[in-house]
Structures are given as structure tokens and as C-alpha cells.
Ligand binder design. Structure first.
Ligand code: FAD
Length: 396
């Protein structure tokens, strides 16, 4: 029989958002327990492994062995495969790395442990504990035994399929149109350009895109995300990806050595991410960028803010929803405007024809953007095809 535990801050889930939250709570003086249901942090990998790099310093992550390839930029391919290249000159700091995601997640957990966080594996939260409506910890299961962990602040960092948020009483349910289903092959012997992360838009991936993220030794992550409401079954995503590969000889000759699937949210930001004694962070809080499907950076950025507020709440003894608003306000100030703008852009992009995609990429030929943003892209398109941007006027 395992004895019940007590801690200042309990973080549920040791993905990037959870480890970052735990680290920053400990750095600010809290006693932190980070629980992870899997036996190995970061494994199995369910990720394209692409990320920008400009945010790493902000959250105290040092570049490390987890970087597999540093790319010069990204290439957007229109349906007729005209290319818009986004390099550092055009895009400032929006380009970055293709990483070893398992190594990255492990490093963040190591960083958290080095700040004093207690990391406990193979331990799953199975319900949240509540007293008079306030979350006061979680019941956890470890090797078949259940025990309570009581905490001043409990944090749900349990990823896209989050149950913890629902148990705490936050409205985390997603409509089908707010979800992409993703499938990815690790491929070898493909002709990809290791200088770029590539994105293919249009009907090749309804409501999403095909990606090719290069890795070293002739490997690449070749994947697809499609809007769940636009495909009848998730098996259809595979058909789209296979069809794309078959049409591209440089990939059709390659060999698939690994396959992963998973979901990402493409919704507008959640309205509420805190309640009494509880905060939600990362994919669990739908912080994925709805345009790109990338969630590592946002989860880490929000995680830092979450950890800092959690530590303060534990120190002051006030973990009421009112006190935790500091987190709600903090992450929204940093991330919400871009999330919302990209959600609006995604909503539009899901409805436009291949012909319009072709015009957008065509209009961007030779354009030098100071910074990569939906706003700047639309301004450039507006100059050549004003009729295309008519329906996007709100952004302009
Ligand atoms: P997660 O990384 O999902 O971590 C949650 C953790 O909680 C997991 O370790 C899980 O085991 C644990 N957990 C769950 N329930 C419990 C419980 N009850 N008790 C204890 N532990 C629990 N993003 C990018 O930025 N770039 C990409 O290239 C990219 N590609 C992607 C490709 C695919 C196919 C998919 C599906 C997603 C991709 N994403 C990408 C999104 C990215 O993986 C997520 O945004 C990121 O992992 C979010 O981190 P997180 O910490 O919030 O959640």
C-alpha cells in the first residue's frame, strides 16, 4: 500500500508543457511532483519534429543534442507546386529545427529534475480530488495501486486527449471540425532537401497539408494532417498520404520504416483554462497553433507562465480561480492574438479552392516579407489578386 502524498504543485503529464510548467514552478520555490503515465518520457514519438527556435531563450531551453537538423527555411507548395520559399531573410526567426522529439522531451524532464522536481513514471492520474468544488489534487494509479496526491495547485498537462481538464470541470470537448487527424511515415532513401521543411497545400490534404521534415542520414518525416470533418474515416488520411507519395517519384522510391498517428486541435483558443485549484496547459488547453498544428512552442511558453503562477499560488496559500487568473491573463497576452488570427485564417483556408491557393502562392513570388504573418501574406496577395483577399478583409 503506497502512502498518500502531499505537494505544493502536482503536474499531470510529462510532455513539453508539463515538464516546462514543473521546472518553472520549482525554479520559483515550489515543491513539485510531475507524474507521467508512460514508462519512458517522450516515447513513442507522435510528432513531425519540426519547430521554430526563436522562443527557446524565452523559456530557458538551451539548444542541445536533440537537434537533428537545422533548416534554413520552409517551402510552401501550391496545388500546382509553385513554391513560396520562406527563409530567414523573409521570415525573421520563424524557421528552425527538426528535432529528436524523444530526446527533446527527455531533456526538458531532466531540466525539471535538476531544478528539484520529483519526476514519477508509470503513474497515471485517474481522477481529480475535489473539496467544496475546488480541485485539491488527484487520485493516481501506479503499478496497480491507487493513492491520493494532495496539492495546493494541480495542473493538467495531459495532452490532446486530456481527460484531466474534463474531470476538473473545464469545457475541453472538441467538435469534429476543430480536429485534424494526422498520420506520418518516417521514410528512408527519399530525395528531400535538408535545407527546408516543406508544406503541400490544397486538395492533397483537405483542411490541412502534407509535410516533409528532413532528418539526417537520408531520413525524413513525411506526414499529413486532414480535418476530421472532411474525411469519412481516419484510414482516409492514409489514402491521401499514400496518393501524395505515389505522385512524387523522389518519395515513391523511398521506404517507410515507421508510422505514427494522432490528433491535433485546430480550434479557437479555449475560453477558460483555470478553475479553483487547477490550471490546464499545452495541448490539453488547446494551445496548438490551429494553422500549423504545431504545439511544442506554445505549450512551453504557456508552461513557463503556468509554473510561475503555480509557485506563487502555493506560496501565498491562495489557489482560487481568481488568483490563478494571472496565468489565464499571462498566456493570453503572450499567445492568444496569434492563435485567434491563425484560427480565422485556417477557417478560411479550409474553404478555398486549389485555384485560389495557386493564386496566393503565385502572388508571393519574389515578395520579401519583413516578418511571416497572415497579415503580411494577405497584404502581398492583395496587391496582385485583390479579388482573392476580398473575403479576408477582416485581417487587413
Ligand atoms: P503531450 O506531448 O501530448 O504530453 C502529454 C503527456 O501526458 C504524455 O506524455 C502523456 O503520456 C501524459 N499523460 C496523459 N494522460 C495522463 C494521465 N492521466 N496521467 C499521467 N500522465 C498522462 N507540434 C510541433 O510543434 N511540431 C510538429 O512537427 C508537430 N507534429 C505533430 C505530428 C503529429 C502526428 C501530432 C499528433 C502532433 C504534432 N505536433 C507537432 C503537436 C505536438 O506533438 C504537441 O503540440 C505537443 O506534444 C504538446 O505537448 P504537451 O506537453 O501539451 O502534450
Amino acid at each position: 500500500m503506497v502512502a498518500d502524498l502531499k505537494t505544493d504543485v502536482l503536474v499531470i503529464g510529462a510532455g513539453p508543457a508539463g515538464s516546462m510548467t514543473a521546472k518553472w514552478a520549482a525554479k520559483n520555490g515550489a515543491k513539485v511532483l510531475l507524474i507521467e503515465k508512460r514508462q519512458e518520457i517522450g516515447s513513442p514519438v507522435r510528432c513531425g519534429e519540426g519547430m521554430s527556435k526563436e522562443w527557446l531563450g524565452e523559456v530557458g531551453i538551451k539548444p542541445g543534442k536533440w537537434i537533428n537538423v537545422e533548416v534554413e527555411g520552409a517551402r510552401i507548395f501550391s496545388p500546382r507546386e509553385q513554391v513560396f520559399e520562406i527563409n530567414e531573410k523573409h521570415a525573421g526567426n520563424e524557421v528552425g529545427y527538426v528535432v529528436e522529439r524523444d530526446g527533446f522531451d527527455k531533456q526538458l524532464a531532466i531540466d525539471a529534475a535538476n531544478e528539484g522536481v520529483e519526476v514519477v513514471l508509470k503513474t497515471a492520474a485517474v481522477e481529480v480530488l475535489k473539496e467544496k468544488g475546488k480541485v485539491v489534487g488527484a487520485k493516481v494509479k501506479q503499478f496497480g495501486e491507487k493513492f491520493d496526491v494532495r496539492a495546493a495547485v494541480t495542473i493538467g498537462a495531459d495532452g490532446f486527449e486530456s481527460q484531466v481538464g474534463r474531470w476538473a470541470g473545464l469545457p475541453t470537448n472538441l467538435a469534429l471540425r476543430d480536429m485534424d487527424t494526422c498520420l506520418q511515415y518516417r521514410m528512408t532513401n527519399v530525395d528531400c532537401d535538408t535545407r527546408y521543411c516543406d508544406f503541400y497545400l490544397g486538395k492533397v490534404a483537405p483542411g490541412g497539408y502534407v509535410w516533409v521534415f528532413p532528418k539526417d542520414d537520408g531520413l525524413a518525416n513525411v506526414g499529413i494532417g486532414v480535418q476530421v470533418s472532411q474525411v469519412k474515416t481516419t484510414a482516409e488520411a492514409r489514402k491521401y498520404l499514400d496518393a501524395w507519395i505515389d505522385k512524387h517519384p523522389g518519395y515513391a522510391k523511398g521506404k517507410k520504416i515507421d508510422m505514427v498517428g494522432g490528433g491535433v486541435s485546430i480550434s479557437a483558443p479555449m475560453k477558460q483554462t483555470v478553475t479553483d485549484g487547477f490550471m490546464l496547459v499545452g495541448d490539453a488547453a488547446r494551445m496548438i497553433d490551429p494553422l500549423t498544428g504545431g504545439g511544442i512552442a506554445n505549450g512551453c511558453i504557456a508552461g513557463k507562465i503556468c509554473g510561475e503562477v503555480a509557485a506563487k499560488a502555493a506560496q501565498t496559500g491562495d489557489s482560487s480561480a481568481a488568483f490563478l487568473q494571472a496565468y489565464e491573463k499571462g498566456w493570453r497576452a503572450r499567445l492568444e492574438e496569434k492563435l485567434y488570427r491563425n484560427w480565422l485564417a485556417k477557417e478560411k483556408l479550409c474553404t478555398i479552392s486549389d485555384e485560389t491557393f495557386d493564386k496566393i502562392v503565385d502572388a508571393l513570388q519574389g515578395v520579401r516579407l519583413q516578418k511571416l504573418s497572415v497579415h503580411n501574406i494577405l497584404k502581398a496577395v492583395h496587391e496582385k489578386y485583390p479579388e482573392v483577399t476580398k473575403e479576408f478583409e477582416a485581417f487587413l
